[in-house]
Ligand binder design. Structure first.
Ligand code: 5GP
Ligand code: ZN
Length: 112
């Protein structure tokens, strides 16, 4: 996707503050952090929304990477919240699938 911001990060055309990378996944710091730890985990391949994710292996890799990065950021035991926003009413602003990893403070729940 030529005009996709996160695809440009995946290819290295735009360089975010990367915290993890492998052949399938990139993780980088959110530019507008809502918590001391706010990392975005994306597939390198373009997947617009969670509705479009049909690769179960990739889905698993995204989740296990979040857990790995929580441990790396030393928030695995204190706790963290993972968010996937989908489409407009779900609050999605960037249409390339991403998992938010938020922690380092008490993260208020939208379910409270
Ligand atoms: P969404 O609302 O789509 O779930 O979240 C998009 C996230 O991407 C937001 O938290 C926003 O701060 C982040 N973001 C948007 N543009 C950039 C950027 O250019 N660089 C980085 N690192 N994060 C971005
Ligand atoms: Zn993309």
């Amino acid at each position: 996707m030529n005009d996709c911001l996160f695809c440009k990060m995946a290819t290295g055309e735009i360089k975010p503050e990367v915290v993890y990378e492998d052949d399938k996944i990139l993780a980088f710091k959110d530019i507008n952090p809502k918590a001391p730890v706010h990392i975005l985990v994306i597939p390198k391949v373009h997947v617009a929304t969670l509705n479009d994710l049909d690769d179960t292996k990739l889905a698993g890799l995204l989740l296990t990477t979040v857990a790995k990065l929580a441990a790396q950021a030393d928030i695995a035991e204190s706790g963290y919240r993972t968010i996937i926003n989908c489409n407009s009413e779900g609050g999605q602003e960037v249409y390339h699938l991403h998992l938010h990893l938020l922690g380092g403070k008490k993260i208020e729940s939208p379910l409270a």
